[in-house]
Design a protein. Structure first.
Length: 266
């Protein structure tokens, strides 16, 4: 499977300013990204190290500043799951990335079934094209499909086994849109070529570079960085830890509110 290496150097991008915690998080994510995709590192070895990292307590390796990157926008067409879900997984990915395809086919459907469907998890997509012009074109096309409510269908078609090997030229992208059920293909083509598409993709891309992502796919789970197409178990542990922390926080808030109400009644 091809390794994920950016054609642009992250150091040339302006970092996002969220505080010292994000500087540390960016360094960690950059390191984990390299470890996850470096030469001579098998998927099994990178996955096992990530599982060990995630198995710590719910606060370990979590950066509150990064958790704030979750948009929780009800109108976000590149997201799925409840806006008030206790856990948000942000994925930075490229349609030409083999590891991203592996996650999309092997891992994400299980997470959707187990956590999105019951309201625990929200998944927010960020376009992070790093493999050149076709990556950029596919990202804009995915955004354009989203404008007609067919982003996830386009996502599934573009990540199907063998899809990226056919390339992402204009005709191919239009065929993928048709396969995804995009109703107005003329509008799709206009939207994909629009300045709005370029701006949306550029915004996501800058955010990814700003948090230190150096490869695809890269993830944030309630502010916890994870890099690479790790095992289902890795994501399960991270989601469960984040959900537990959210429950504890909500319980503590409820106790405080109850104590406040009791004090007011006296």
């Amino acid at each position: 499977m091809p390794k994920s290496t950016s054609s642009r150097t992250p150091s040339s991008r302006k970092p996002l300013i969220y505080g010292a915690g994000v500087v540390a998080a960016a360094a960690l994510l950059g390191f984990v990204s390299y470890r996850a995709t470096a030469p001579d590192h098998s998927a099994s070895s990178s996955s096992s190290s990530a599982v060990a990292d995630v198995s710590a307590d719910p606060d370990a390796g979590v950066y509150p500043e990064l958790a704030k990157l979750a948009r929780r926008d009800a109108g976000d067409k590149l997201a799925q799951g409840r806006v008030d879900a206790p856990v948000v997984l942000i994925e930075y990915a490229d349609f030409k990335c083999g590891y991203c395809g592996k996650f999309a086919r092997d891992t994400e459907p299980a997470l959707v079934k187990k956590y999105v469907d019951n309201g625990t998890l929200r998944i927010e997509w960020r376009n992070f094209p790093i493999f050149g012009a076709e990556s950029e074109a596919a990202a804009r096309a995915a955004w354009a499909a989203g404008q007609q409510g067919r982003f996830w269908q386009f996502h599934r078609a573009a990540y199907a086994e063998g899809a990226k090997e056919q390339g992402f030229g204009k005709d191919r992208l239009k065929a993928l849109a048709q396969q995804a059920g995009v109703a107005d293909l003329d509008r799709f083509v206009r939207d994909a070529d629009s300045s709005a598409a370029s701006a949306a993709v550029g915004k996501d891309q800058e955010q990814a570079y700003g948090i230190g992502a150096t490869s695809t796919p890269s993830f944030l789970i309630n502010g916890r960085p994870i890099a690479g197409a790790q095992s289902v178990e890795t994501f399960t542990r991270a989601i469960e830890a984040a959900a537990e922390k959210a429950r504890n926080t909500e319980d503590a808030k409820g106790d405080e509110d109850a104590e406040g109400a009791e004090g007011s009644a006296k």
